[in-house]
Design a protein around this ligand. Structure first.
Ligand code: ATP
Ligand code: MG
Length: 499
C-alpha cells in the first residue's frame, strides 16, 4: 500500500455484452488533490467512477480505499469509506423538498417523527455554506436543472466525504455558478479532501486540477501534471488526432423580410412581455443565467407550457399550440436540456428513439416502414458519431453524451422548420461538439431557423447571428453579431429587474 493514495483503482476491466467499457484501467488519487478525468463521450469515465460506489461491478480488478482492498463496492461501503459521488444523471427525488433530498435516507428525527423544521434549518446552513440560494422547502422537481445539481453537491459535501467524485458537475451551471463550485472545490481541497473531477471543458480542467488522467475507448492513455500540459496535447490524447477550429464557418443567408417566428408581448410560464422576431436562416441565441426563463420560454413556444397573453406568429399565422404534438405538426422542434426528464426513452432502442417524431410520416396505415427507420437511424448514428454497438441498443446503455446525441438525432430526423436547441452540447466532447455545430450550420444553410439556448458564452457568441438576453423572465437586451461582447452579455444577464 502507498500511504499517499486515498483511492486506487487497479486493473479495472468492465465488459458488457458487445462492449468492452473499460480495459485494464488503473489510476490513483492522492490525498488533497484535484484529479481530472477526461476523455471523449463513451471513453469509460462514468463507468470507471461508478465502480467506486458499486453502481458498476467490475468484471475484474480491485478498488483500494485507504489501503483496504475490495473486488467491488456497494453504496454503503462507499459511504462508510468516505467516498461520495455526484452522478452525471441526478439521483434526486423530484417530489421531495430540497431539504428532504439533502437528508435522504438519513433524516433528522425527534423521537420517531421526522423533524422537518430541523432539516430545513440544517439545509439552509448547508446551502449558505456553498453560497447557493435555494429555499429548503422548494420541491426539487420545481428547481431548474442547475439548482437540482447544486442540491446534489450540497448533499455529497454534507456526507463528510474524503473523496468527492463529480461527474460533469459544471455542465448545467452558468459561469457565475461554476465559480462558486470552484471555490467549494478549493475549500475542500485545502481541508485535505480529494476530488475526482470529470468535465469536457478543458479550461476548467486547467484552472482546477493538479493532475489529469486521460481515457480513450475504455483504455488508460496517460497521466499528466496539469502545469506541464496544454490544450492541444489533451485534445490530441483524447481524440487521437488534432482539432484546429472551434466553430465551423457557415454560409447562411438571413432574409430580413421573411420572419419565421414572431413573439409579440408573450407572457406565461414565468416570462413577461417577450417580443422578438426570428428570421428564416438565422441562429438566434438566447442568453441568461440559470433561472432567467429561457427554457420556460422555449416551452411556451413548443406548446409544453401555457401562454397567458400575447401572440405567437409562425410563418405569418398566429399559433397557439396546446401540446408539443401540435407544435411538432406545425414544424417546431425542441431539443430539450435535461435528457433524463424529457429527452430520450431510455428503455427503447437508439433506432426507435430517432424515428419517434417521424413515425407519422413513415408509417402507412400504422405500419412502420422499417427500412426508412433503419436508414434514418444509421444516418444520424454516422453523422453524430453516436458510439453504440448497434442501433438496436437500448439508450440507457449509452454514455451520457451519446444519449444526448440520440436526442439530437431524433429532432434532426423530424426535419422541422424551426428548431429550438436547449443546451445542445452540454456534456458533449470536443470532437462531437464540432459535429453538432456543423449540423446546426447545415440546418440554417438549408433555410431552417434555429433558436439556441446556451449557458456557454463562447458557444453562444460563436454560433449565433444575434443574441437576446433574458433576466428574471424579462427581455433585457439584444446584441448584433458585431457587438457581441462577453462582458456586455454578462452585465445584461445579471440585471436586476425588480418591480
Ligand atoms: N449498462 C451498459 N450496458 C452496455 N453498455 C454500456 C453500459 N453502460 C455503459 N456502457 C458503454 O460503455 C462505454 C463507456 O460509457 P461511459 O458512460 O463510461 O462513458 P463516458 O466516458 O462517461 O462518456 P460521456 O462523456 O458521454 O458521459 C460506452 O460505450 C457505453 O455505451
Ligand atoms: Mg459519462
Amino acid at each position: 500500500m502507498n500511504e499517499e493514495f486515498v483511492l486506487e483503482l487497479q486493473h479495472i476491466t468492465k465488459v458488457y455484452p458487445g462492449v468492452v467499457a473499460l480495459k485494464d484501467v488503473s489510476l490513483e488519487v492522492k490525498k488533497g488533490e484535484i484529479l481530472a478525468l477526461i476523455g471523449e463521450n463513451g471513453a469509460g469515465k462514468s463507468t470507471l467512477i461508478k465502480t467506486c460506489s458499486g453502481a458498476v461491478i467490475p468484471t475484474s480488478g480491485k478498488i483500494v480505499v485507504n489501503g483496504k482492498e475490495f473486488d467491488s463496492m456497494t453504496p454503503q461501503l462507499a459511504a462508510e469509506n468516505g467516498i461520495a459521488i455526484i452522478y452525471q444523471e441526478f439521483n434526486n427525488v423530484k417530489g421531495l423538498s430540497a431539504a428532504e433530498n439533502l437528508f435522504l435516507g438519513n433524516p433528522i428525527k425527534k423521537g420517531i417523527v421526522i423533524d422537518k423544521k430541523a432539516m430545513e434549518r440544517e439545509a439552509e446552513k448547508a446551502f449558505a455554506q456553498l453560497n447557493i440560494k435555494i429555499n429548503p422547502k422548494t420541491l426539487v422537481g420545481d428547481l431548474t436543472v442547475g439548482y437540482q445539481q447544486m442540491v446534489e453537491i450540497a448533499k455529497a459535501i454534507k456526507q463528510n466525504a474524503k473523496v468527492l467524485i463529480m461527474d460533469e458537475p459544471s455542465a448545467p451551471l452558468t459561469s457565475a455558478e461554476v465559480e462558486s463550485l470552484f471555490k467549494i472545490c478549493e475549500l475542500l481541497k485545502s481541508q485535505g479532501v480529494s476530488i475526482v473531477y470529470i468535465s469536457h471543458r478543458l479550461e476548467e480542467i486547467f484552472r482546477l486540477s493538479d493532475r489529469i488522467v486521460v481515457l480513450r475507448d475504455g483504455e488508460y492513455i496517460k497521466t499528466l501534471q496539469t502545469k506541464e500540459s496544454h490544450v492541444e496535447e489533451l485534445i490530441h490524447l483524447m481524440v487521437g488526432r488534432d482539432l484546429t477550429e472551434t466553430y465551423p464557418d457557415r454560409k447562411n443567408t438571413i432574409n430580413e423580410d421573411e420572419v419565421v417566428l414572431e413573439l409579440d408581448n408573450v407572457s406565461g410560464n414565468g416570462n413577461h412581455d417577450i417580443s422578438f422576431k426570428l428570421r428564416k436562416g438565422e441562429v438566434l441565441g438566447l442568453g441568461g443565467l440559470v433561472g432567467a426563463g429561457r427554457t420556460e420560454l422555449a416551452q411556451v413556444i413548443f406548446g409544453a407550457a401555457e401562454k397567458t397573453s400575447g401572440r405567437i406568429v409562425f410563418n405569418g399565422k398566429e399559433i397557439n399550440p396546446k401540446s408539443p404534438r401540435e407544435a411538432i405538426d406545425l414544424g417546431i422542434a425542441l431539443v430539450p436540456e435535461d435528457r433524463k426528464r424529457h429527452g430520450a426513452l431510455l428503455d427503447v432502442s437508439v433506432k426507435n428513439n430517432i424515428s419517434m417524431p417521424i413515425y407519422k410520416r413513415i408509417s402507412t396505415a400504422s405500419v412502420i416502414n422499417s427500412k426508412i427507420e433503419i436508414e434514418t437511424a444509421n444516418k444520424y448514428k454516422t453523422e453524430l458519431l453516436i458510439k453504440t454497438p448497434s442501433i438496436n441498443q437500448q439508450v440507457k446503455n449509452l454514455s451520457g453524451g451519446n444519449q444526448q446525441k440520440v436526442i439530437l438525432g431524433k429532432w434532426l430526423a423530424a426535419n422541422s422548420e424551426l428548431i429550438i436547441f436547449d443546451e445542445p452540447t452540454r456534456g458533449i466532447d470536443v470532437g462531437a461538439k464540432f459535429e453538432i455545430y456543423k449540423l446546426i450550420n447545415k440546418m440554417v444553410e438549408l433555410g431552417k431557423t434555429v433558436l439556441l439556448i446556451s449557458s456557454e458564452m463562447e458557444e453562444l457568441m460563436g454560433m449565433s447571428d444575434r443574441i437576446i438576453v433574458l433576466a428574471e423572465g424579462h427581455m433585457i437586451g439584444e446584441l448584433d453579431k458585431n457587438s457581441f461582447d462577453q462582458k456586455a452579455i454578462m452585465r445584461l444577464a445579471s440585471a436586476v429587474v425588480g418591480g
